[in-house]
Design a protein around this ligand. Structure first.
Ligand code: HEM
Length: 367
């Protein structure tokens, strides 16, 4: 089994880490105005995550004293580390006036601007802290989030705001086969993969030295109109993305990793990759080189209130400036052929501090 390291001198695990199969994101609201309580929570979370990523329980499952309440809930015993990573994010309000930490605010942390396609529901939006837990085993993911939620409750510093379980990665890292999202298309073909691309587009180098290697995490819960999509002709579906559904090849190309030819025209003179195709609008070639790391997951929540399949993409992106996401989303919101089939129902922005060295905890220099 793969084991990822929690402690280190670079970025936190869970960003450049090859996307694991399963994920859960959970955001929390602060319930304290005392920075020391946040400090305690970050220290306890860090210690627990370090142990969880080793594949070990965070305390006794069956305490010696029979009347004691167990520290670890037990459901991940024997499952091993399963490539678990848990990534902590800090939201804008952590650096607001209440806690006295405003002097440490990362240069680009703020609320995301209102964006076209926003159909945001408060129950899937915002949060002051985020946890992104990913692993090859869904029970290991759930156990991590459950244990960390218990710690938050006991500390009294934060309470759960919203959560989403993701099954099936919908992004690819270096050497991974590109998976498919729930619309049936390969997702993650033209993603950031190489270390120099991470340096240029993902890791921040702003602010004091201890903040270098941090990054900004965008969470967007994007609902899909699955029934609608399933009645659409496949050639129209291909046109929506500008790619072939089965192979993932760009229209006009033959293989998944062929470079899209955005200038090619069909016999009728129309562009082979349509003007409103998803990949044409967001390609870095058409956005002054702007690139983001996509690390999304498919999700489903069964049926919604009117009996339709409730499913979509838990979109997660990392970039060294949230304005890069906003720039791409403004463009998509204004003209993406995909808009007919999707709706952005949740949103949040967090700063992901770098990893902590052994013996310390995430965010320690804030205090
Ligand atoms: C590319 C699906 C939302 C940014 C793609 C591709 C697919 C896809 C199938 C082509 C394969 C690939 O290169 O990965 C979706 C779906 C979405 C969604 C189903 C919503 C449910 C977004 C959002 C953004 C975004 C919100 C950012 C604001 C990108 C970028 C590319 C891409 C940058 C690469 C384009 C290129 O360089 O060719 N997406 N996407 N996507 N998507 Fe999305």
């Amino acid at each position: 089994q793969t084991r990822h390291l929690f402690y280190g001198s670079g970025p936190q695990a869970g960003v450049a880490t090859l996307p694991q199969k399963h994920a859960m994101v959970m955001t929390f609201d602060l319930t304290t105005q005392d920075a020391r309580e946040l400090q305690t929570l970050l220290a306890r979370w860090s210690a627990a995550i370090g142990v969880l990523m080793e594949g070990a329980p965070v305390g006794q499952v069956e305490p010696a004293r029979a009347s004691a309440v167990a520290l670890d809930t037990g459901e991940a015993l024997d499952l091993g580390p399963a490539a678990l990573s848990v990534t902590i994010g800090l939201g804008p309000r952590v650096f607001g006036p209440e806690l006295g930490l405003a002097g440490h605010r990362p240069a680009k942390l703020r609320d995301l601007a209102p964006l076209p396609s926003d159909n945001l529901r408060p129950e899937f939006t915002g949060g002051d802290l985020s946890l992104q837990a990913c692993a090859e085993d869904p029970q290991v993911v759930y156990h991590a989030v459950r244990v960390l939620t218990r710690i938050a409750k006991r500390t009294g510093a934060a309470t759960v705001r919203w959560t989403q379980m993701g099954f099936g990665r919908a992004s690819a890292g270096k050497g991974q086969v590109t998976p498919r999202n729930l619309l049936g298309f390969r997702d993650g073909t033209r993603n950031i993969r190489e270390p120099d691309e991470f340096d240029a587009h993902v890791w921040s180098r702003e602010g004091p030295a201890w903040q270098h290697g941090g990054t900004y995490q965008v969470l967007r819960k994007i609902e899909m109109g699955i029934e609608n999509w399933d009645t659409d002709r496949v050639d129209d579906q291909n046109a929506v993305f500008g790619r072939h559904k089965a192979s993932g090849a760009p229209l006009g190309g033959h293989h998944e990793f062929d470079t899209p030819d955005f200038t090619a025209q069909g016999a009728d003179g129309a562009p082979v990759i349509a003007e409103d195709a998803h990949i044409r609008l967001v390609a870095y070639e058409h956005n002054e080189g702007t690139r983001i790391l996509r690390r999304s997951y498919n999700y489903t929540s069964g049926l919604n209130a009117v009996g339709r399949l409730e499913a979509g993409l838990m979109f997660i992106s990392y970039q060294n400036d949230p304005a890069h996401f906003e720039k791409l989303q403004r463009k998509l919101g204004a003209g993406d052929a995909l808009n007919e089939y999707i709706s952005h129902v949740g949103s949040a922005l967090f700063w992901v501090p770098p990893a902590a060295p052994e013996g310390s905890y995430i965010g320690a220099p804030l205090f």
